[in-house]
Ligand binder design. Structure first.
Ligand SMILES: *Cc1c(COP(=O)(O)O)cnc(C)c1O
Length: 457
């Protein structure tokens, strides 16, 4: 084991070293992500069309493929100071437990009440909504992390927050639901009778426990039919990756401070926002030919958008009212089996990451959930933090890569994103402990069925 004074156990930046601007990876991409299309006309969505759904400043960020840096407004930087900079931790104890010569670092984003990185974008989106003089925002939440983050941000800026929460989570995860209520959010289980699309879905699938795609449709419907409201989304969109670049910029600054060069960068991928944020400055260097990194996206075997999906235009929501995005997708009608990493149960993937993956600039792999929980426990026992099931996908692959180094004797530097804590996921841990956890993997036939339903663009 390397001496603990090699580099500090936790590398913190000073407040004065925190990023003052977000980095827009798209500016350095030769092949830009494909534009969002109007679902009716199949023409690129204009700023005007998008501004009916999203706040004006966020529309500008969404459509901008050329400006490399966006200054972080002072109000957002002050808010960030409540829980940022987040630590970059050298996993000395995990290295020792594995007996690996690899050096492992993780960027810990679970250091705030929402328990995940999602607050980084939630505060930005709430800020721009307030700046525009809006009354409130609507959104969906799956497992509840995004809804919790947004509720906190909205209460800070005194905005109304309406959250459509996937029904199965609403019922099975009462704690997150109540945290949202602490922050004053209005939480509705989805599908609900409060929207046209919710009533339609309930009529077609009585007793359904909902999905993210369906909750998105409800939230969008409420936003566009209530004056003074806009819809906000916690992942997938270009603007969300832009805000999350704060993770990668801090990580890079902390590594640079100690002259450390990463070899492998690993992150879990649901809609791609934490991974897109973590890799942003590193991928920027790679795109500009200044450095090279191996970048690995990790997804659940039960919802394998990158590894078994297709790169095509698809709807972001089940209700098919949102714009079409070109992305790696399993089809918007695909509803993954009940795995316990709620934040990774999305059928699609960020168009930015999809393009990078298609261009061979990053890799992807999928892992089964019992293997993920084994890694989660191994990590918790030596590093102390109880990880979120989503984050544990990255832990699994970081451990596997470190074990490969043990075989080859290579002293690689591995950096992974630890996106959050798992205290609200104890039912999942309980299932794991009782041997009741299943590893359902969709068959090729199932996937083909949903692929055949993709829109023809
Ligand atoms: C939402 C969530 C994720 C996945 O979302 P991305 O947009 O892919 O980052 C991962 N980890 C945690 C803790 C989450 O809450």
């Amino acid at each position: 084991m390397a001496a603990i004074n090699d580099v500090p156990y936790k590398i913190y930046l000073e407040e004065s070293e925190m990023p003052k601007a977000w980095y827009n990876l798209r500016a350095d991409m030769k092949n830009k992500p494909a534009p969002l299309l109007n679902p009716g006309t199949h023409q690129p969505m204009t700023a005007e069309e998008l501004s009916g759904v999203f706040c004006a400043d966020l529309v500008a960020q969404e459509l901008d493929n050329t400006t490399p840096y966006f200054e972080i407004p002072e109000e957002i930087r002050s808010f960030y100071k409540m829980y940022r900079p987040s630590p970059l931790v050298r996993a000395y104890f995990l290295e020792k437990a594995l007996g690996t010569p690899a050096r492992i670092y993780y960027k810990f984003e679970g250091n705030n009440t929402s328990g995940s990185h999602k607050l980084n974008s939630a505060v930005a989106q709430a800020y721009y909504a307030k700046k525009q003089g809006l009354k409130g925002v609507t959104t969906e939440t799956g497992a509840g992390q995004w809804g919790t983050a947004l509720s906190m941000a909205c209460s800070f800026f005194d905005l109304d927050c309406k959250v459509y929460m996937v029904k199965v989570s609403y019922e099975q995860k009462p704690f997150r639901r109540e945290v949202m209520k602490v922050y004053g959010a209005d939480v509705t289980p989805s599908p609900s009778m409060t929207t046209e699309i919710g009533r339609k879905i309930l009529a077609e699938h009585p007793g359904t426990t909902g999905s993210l795609g369906c909750a998105i449709s409800e939230a969008v419907e409420v936003a566009v039919s209530n004056p003074g409201y806009r819809y906000v989304l916690g992942s997938v969109l270009n603007q969300v990756l832009l805000h999350q670049s704060v993770i990668g910029l801090e990580t890079k600054a902390a590594l640079d401070k100690y002259g450390i060069k990463a070899d492998i960068i690993i992150g879990c991928a649901g809609g791609g926002s934490n991974l897109g944020g973590l890799i942003a400055p590193f991928m920027g260097e790679k795109l500009r030919g200044e450095a090279d990194y191996r970048i690995i996206a990790v997804e659940p075997a039960s919802c394998p958008s990158f590894t078994r999906g297709v790169f095509a235009y698809d709807f972001c929501d089940t209700g098919m009212i949102c714009p079409l995005a070109k992305m790696y997708t399993l089809g918007c009608d695909f509803i993954p089996s009940a795995n316990h990493a709620g934040g990774l149960r999305y059928h699609g993937m960020s168009p930015v990451l999809s393009q990078l993956y298609d261009d061979g600039l990053m890799e992807a792999t999928s892992v089964e959930q019992t293997k993920v929980f084994e890694a989660a426990e191994q990590f918790a026992r030596v590093e102390g933090i109880l990880p979120a099931p989503e984050s544990s996908h990255a832990i699994r692959v970081a451990i596997d890569e470190a074990l490969k180094c043990k075989e080859t004797g290579e002293e690689k530097t591995i950096v992974f994103g630890l996106t959050g804590t798992g205290y609200f996921d104890m039912v999942a841990y309980e299932k794991f402990h009782n041997g009741e956890m299943t590893d359902y993997i969709p068959t090729d036939e199932e996937l083909a069925k949903y692929r055949a339903m993709l829109p023809q663009v």
